[in-house]
Write a protein that binds this ligand. Sequence first.
Ligand code: AKG
Ligand code: FE2
Length: 314
Amino acid sequence: MTDHRGKIPGVPPHILKSIFRPESLDIVKSIIDEQLEKARQVLFPELDLEEFYLTKLYPSSPIYALLKCFVFKSGVLDEILCEKFINHLKETLGDEIFFFNSPFVRVTFPSLTSNGKNRFDNFSFGSLHYDFYEGLDHRTFWIPLHEIDSSTGSLIYTTDLELIKLCGLGLEDVNYHSGKNEGLKELWPLVKERCQTILCKKGDAVTFKKDLLHGSSYPVTKPRYSIDIRFFSKNDPKLEKVKKNYDYSCFVKTFIPLENLKDRIKKEFEYDLIQFYKMRDIDNYYAKLLRLNSRRTLSYGKRILKKIGDHLKV
Ligand SMILES: O=C(O)CCC(=O)C(=O)O
Ligand SMILES: [Fe+2]
C-alpha cells in the first residue's frame, strides 16, 4: 500500500508540551512582524498596514511566499532549534535528519478574506489536506507563537473515517478558497461538526505524520501566528523519489541536514529573495511561484524555470 490518503483514519496529532521557551517565540513573532512591514514597504508603500493586511494577505497570497523568505533568512531557526526540540527530533527520527525545505509562516487575523475581497468559507490557509510528499515518512511540527484558544483559530484535524472518505483525496486539490467548488459547501457543516480543534499553551508544539487529514480555522477575535516545518530521516526509503520530483520547485530545492541547517536556511532564502528582486515584474513572478509549488505542474515548472534562467541572462 503506498497511498493511504482518504482511506485510513490516521494517527491523531501529538502535543509536545513546553518544548520552546516563550522568549524565543516572542523573538520569532517580532521577526515576522518586522518582515511583514518590510514586505509592505518594499512592495506596497502606498498602502497603510491595515489596508495591506486586508487586501494583500489571504490564504493563497504570494506575499506569504515572500514573507517566508524574509523570515527564514532572518534567523528564526536560531530560536526554534533549541536543545529540547533537537532531542525530540533525534528520539523520533534517529541521528541523521533532514529538514524538508518547505517551511511556512502563517499570519491570520479575524478580517482575513479568502481572496483579498470576500470570505467564502470558514477555513484558513489549509483547507483540509494531507502533508504528503511522495509518501515520505516525515514529521510535521506546527508551532504556534502564542497560546491557541477559541479566539485565535487553530489547527483542526479529523480521524473520522466517514468524513475522510467523503472528503476523499479531493479537498487538497480543489481550489475551494476561490469559492468555485460549490459542491463542497455541503460538506462544511460536517467538517465543522466532526473536526477536532487543537488548543495549546505558548511553548507547546503539535506534531503529526503524513496520514493525518488536517486544516485550520479562521481566528475569531485575535490574530494567529504560527510556523510549520518538516523533518525526515536520512534513511527514509522514499527519499530518492522525492528528490527527483521536487528538484524543480523554487522552494524545495534541497533537503538540508540538521547539522548545517541554521546557516544553510539563511543562504537558501537569501538566494530566493535575490531571484525575486531580479525579476522585477512582481505580479508575474507571483504567478510563477504559485504554479511552481504545485506538484501537478512540474513540466510547466521546468519550462518556466528555463525562462527565468533566460530572463536572468539578459
Ligand atoms: O497553520 C495552518 O493554517 C495550516 C497548517 C498546516 O497545514 C501544517 O502545519 O501542515
Ligand atoms: Fe498541512
